[in-house]
Each structure stands twice: as structure tokens, then as C-alpha cells.
Write a protein that binds this ligand. Structure first.
Ligand code: GDP
Length: 297
């Protein structure tokens, strides 16, 4: 399925109602705005976000008046495009590195969202930027997770620091960081344990790992397929442990768009990177303008 396909066609219904109009008016945008509202809700964008978005777009559309040479449907497309870009945070949000020494990136996320894959993809991405990397296996509950990270480390060509499953994650992270500093590694990426759902033990552990490593970036990895639930999770993790952004995975699936559109507005935190496939190279920065372009077809 084409990504956001349903959202794109839902929005097309809105523009099509303006064919033959001369100018945007309060009256003739009423129906297109209902289409936009419906399309966003069907894409699983959270209701408060949809309400505010529709209000902003309506206000602007009713105020633009006649623009020579630009048809009303095109005017509305432009307004929606610009508001979508703003909704997703405007500019691309770059990764932050420490000014000197080893940068720590901490990854958190529920089980199965693609966190371990992201860990390796991120190492691959940073290596291409010319940075040396190390991954730290701080998921002590699933021995398979450590093995998976070792295999990925081999594929990417970066070392993996591990101490098995008997040592506390915060201790592993601290020791791993020490090792990385000794080896003058530019960036360490800490893979933490995922759980099926949020619980206090998970949050406490993340807080301890964070405290032990003083990361410049704390990312929550969220699955785009979970729609507005992803935005709610980003909010919760931010309140609980303090995060710097989100990484949205599985954008290549038939995600409806709700996560990409809701995360920033709901949580106040940017989406920094997106995963769009299972291969190592399938991770890229999140560009709000490109995403808006894709949504509009
Ligand atoms: P974790 O439990 O969060 O560490 O999740 P994993 O990294 O083990 O990934 C779970 C599954 O999702 C694996 O089968 C991955 O190949 C798959 N996966 C991860 N990221 C993506 C993505 O961006 N697109 C697709 N299609 N699959 C992904």
C-alpha cells in the first residue's frame, strides 16, 4: 500500500469540491474542511490536533481572498501543505552531539517497535557521517536481544559492548561508556530493554541508565503503525524520563500517518529520524516538508 494513500485520497476529495470556484470563501470551504477533518481523523491523527489544524486552515483560507492566476483549490492545497509542515515541527531536527568527547545516544521503546534494528541503523548512519560508533547491549532480559545486536554489529562493522544478563543495565552502560571513552569512540548508542507495556520497573531502569551515561539524545523509538498511540507514548516517556525526540519506525508499512502528524504537537518533542524498511540503510532524518509533500501526493 502506498504510504498515507488513504490520507492523500481523502484530502483530494477536499480540493475537488473547489473546482470551478473563483475565490475561497467562508461558505465554499465548509465542505472541503469537513473532508480534511475526516481524512485526518481516519488517518488516526489525535482529535485535539485535528481540531486545531482545521481551525487554523479555515481561518487562513477564508482570509486569503483572490490571488491572480492561482485557483482556489491550489490555494487550499498550499495552505494545508504549509500547516502540515508546521504541525510536524517545521525544520528538520538535527542530531545533537557533545561538543567534545564521546556522545551518548540512549534508545528506549516498547518491545517489537524496531529498537534494536534502529540501534544498528543509527550506527550505520553515523558511520557514513564519518563517526566511530559503539553499541552497548543493555537489554539484560532477552539474551536473544544481545545476540541480535552482536550480529548487527558485525554487519555494520561496529563493536558491541556486552556483559551478559547478570549485570545491571545502568552498570553495563556506565562500563561500556568508559570503554568507549578509552577507545576515543565518537558515539555510543545504548540499546535498552523493551517491554510489552510501560511499567515502573522499565521507567526506573531507563532513569538509571540515563543518569549513568548523561546522554545528549534520548530517543523513544515508536512504531508508526500505532498511529496516535505513538504520540501518547512519546508524551508519557517524556514526562517520565525526559526525552529529546522520537524515532518513528515502519513508515514503509501501511501506516495511516497519524503518528507522523501527531507526535510533535501532542508531545512537544520532534521526530528526529524515521525508519522505512528492514535494511540497515533504511533510516533517514525526518523532513517535515518532504513528508507533507508525500501526504499531498
Ligand atoms: P525491538 O524489539 O524493538 O528491538 O524490535 P526489533 O528491532 O527486533 O524489530 C522487530 C521487527 O520489526 C523485526 O522483524 C524488524 O526487522 C522489523 N522492523 C524494524 N524496523 C522496521 C522498519 O522500519 N520497517 C519494517 N518493515 N520493519 C521493521
Amino acid at each position: 500500500a502506498e504510504m498515507f494513500g488513504q490520507l492523500t485520497s481523502g484530502l483530494e476529495a477536499a480540493w475537488s469540491k473547489l473546482k470551478g470556484e473563483e475565490v475561497l470563501t467562508k461558505e465554499n470551504i465548509a465542505e472541503p474542511m469537513r473532508d480534511i477533518r475526516r481524512a485526518l481523523l481516519e488517518a488516526d491523527v489525535s482529535l485535539p490536533v485535528v481540531r486545531r489544524f482545521v481551525q487554523t486552515v479555515s481561518d487562513q483560507a477564508a482570509g486569503v481572498g483572490l490571488i491572480r492566476g492561482v485557483k482556489p483549490d491550489q490555494q487550499l492545497v498550499k495552505i494545508v501543505h504549509d500547516e502540515l509542515v508546521k504541525l510536524m515541527g517545521g525544520e528538520v531536527s538535527d542530531l545533537v552531539f557533545s561538543k567534545s568527547g564521546t556522545t551518548v545516544i540512549l534508545l528506549a521503546g516498547l518491545q517489537g517497535v524496531g529498537k534494536t534494528t534502529v540501534c544498528a541503523k543509527l550506527a550505520f548512519y553515523l558511520k557514513k557521517l564519518g563517526k566511530s560508533c559503539m553499541m552497548i547491549a543493555a537489554d539484560v532480559y532477552r539474551p536473544a536481544a544481545i545476540d541480535q545486536l552482536m550480529i548487527l554489529g558485525d554487519q555494520v562493522g561496529v563493536p558491541v559492548y556486552k556483559e551478559g544478563t547478570e549485570v545491571k543495565p545502568s552498570q553495563i552502560a556506565r562500563n561500556g561508556l568508559e570503554e568507549a571513552i578509552k577507545r576515543r569512540i565518537d558515539v555510543v548508542i545504548v540499546d535498552t530493554a523493551g517491554r510489552l507495556q510501560i511499567d515502573k520497573a522499565m521507567m526506573d531502569e531507563l532513569k538509571q541508565v540515563k543518569q549513568a551515561t548523561n546522554p545528549t539524545e534520548v530517543f523513544l523509538v515508536v512504531d508508526a503503525m500505532t498511529g496516535q498511540e505513538a504520540a501518547a507514548l512519546v508524551t508519557t516517556f517524556n514526562i517520565e524520563i525526559g526525552i529529546t525526540g522520537a524515532i518513528l519506525t515502519k513508515l514503509d508499512g501501511d501506516s495511516r500517518g497519524g503518528a507522523a502528524l501527531s507526535v510533535r504537537e501532542v508531545s512537544g518533542k520532534p521526530i528526529k529520524l524515521v525508519g522505512r524498511g528492514e535494511r540497515l540503510e533504511d533510516l533517514e532524518p525526518f523532513y517535515p516538508d518532504r513528508m507533507a509533500g508525500r501526504i499531498l501526493g
